[in-house]
Ligand binder design. Sequence first.
Ligand code: SAH
Length: 341
Amino acid sequence: MSEKFILVGKNLEELENFVTELGLTKFRAKQIYNWIYLKSVKNIDDMTDLPVNARELLKEKSVLSDIFIKDKQISSDGTMKFLFEHKDGTFVEAVLMRFDNRSNLTACISTQAGCPMGCDFCATAKLGFIRNLTTREIINQIYLIQADTGLKVTNIVYMGQGEPLLNFDNLISSIKIFREQFQIGARRITISTCGIIPGIKKLAQLDCQSTLAISLHAPNQSIRETIMPVAKKYAYNDLLETLKEYIQTVNRRVTIEYVLIGGINDSIRNAEELAKNIAKLKCNVNLIIYNTHEKSNYKKPDKIAVQKFKYILEASGKKVTIRLERGSDIDAACGQLSSKI
Ligand code: SAH
C-alpha cells in the first residue's frame, strides 16, 4: 500500500514518466494533471475521460494522496476549518473563508505543525514547534479542500499555523506549484511573517509577486518585545528598515498587520506612534481585533478604541481595513488554530 505512487504534488513531467512506465500513452498524464490541480477529484474513478482499464491500472499502482481530512467544522458564518492528519501522526489545520459580496474563496494554510515563535497572545504558539511541513503537505491542504468541497480556491493566505519564512524553501516551492499547477495567480497569494529579517531579504531577491504581510502588532520595540519574543532577535527599527529595502527592491506595497489587544497596544498614543513610525513605509494597514481563546488572558479592544485607532492611521494617510472576524465559534479565527481533536 505504502509503495504506491502518490499523484498529488507531482508535476507534468513526473506524471508523464509514471504513465509511460505503466504502458499508458503520455497524453494521459495531462488529463490526470488537470483532474488533480484544476478539478481536484476525490477518486481516480472520477477521472471520467480516462478509459476504464487505465483507471483500474492507476488505482492499482497509485493513490491521489496519503494525507487525510481527520475533522471538519463549519462556523455559523460559513467558514470551514479542516484538520489534516499526516502519516507520522502530526496534525495541521487550514481554514476556508468566503467573504460576502466578493467572488473570492480564500484558504488560510499552514507551513509548520505548531509554531516556534512564541507570540504570547497566539494559541498556535502554545503548541510549541512540532515540525516543518513538506511542500507536498502544504499543497495538499489546497487539494484536499478543493476535493472535499468541490470548489476552486481563488486566494491563498499563508496565515495558518507556523512561520512561513522559517520553512523558506518549501514555502517557495509550494507557491510555484500553486501558480503553475493549480493556476492561482501570484497576486492572489499572501505570505504573512512575524518579521524574520533574513527571510524577508531572501524573499526580496526572488521577486515572487505575492503580497507580503508583516505581523507588526506594536507601535514600538518595548511593547513588541513584551508580546512577541521575535522582537528580541530582530529589532523593531531594523525590521522597518528591512521592509523599506524590500519595498524598494520589489516595488510593491506591503501590508502591516496589527492585532488590537485591549489595554496592550490599542490606545490613541499607540496609534499615533505607529502612524509616525510607518509614515515613510509604502503600506496598507490591516487591523485585527484580538480573538480570545483559553490559552491566553488578553482581552478584546473596546469597539470605540478600534475606531479611534483606525481614524488616526487614516488621518495620517494610510489605507486601513479591519479584518473581518471569521470562524471564531469553531476556533478558526486568527491565532486560534491549535489542532484540537
Ligand atoms: N507566523 C506568521 C503567520 C501567522 S498569521 C505571522 O506571524 O504572521 C496569523 C496572524 O494572526 C498573525 O498576524 C498573528 O499574529 C495573528 N494572531 C495570533 N493570535 C491572534 C489572536 N488571538 N487574535 C487575533 N490575531 C491573532
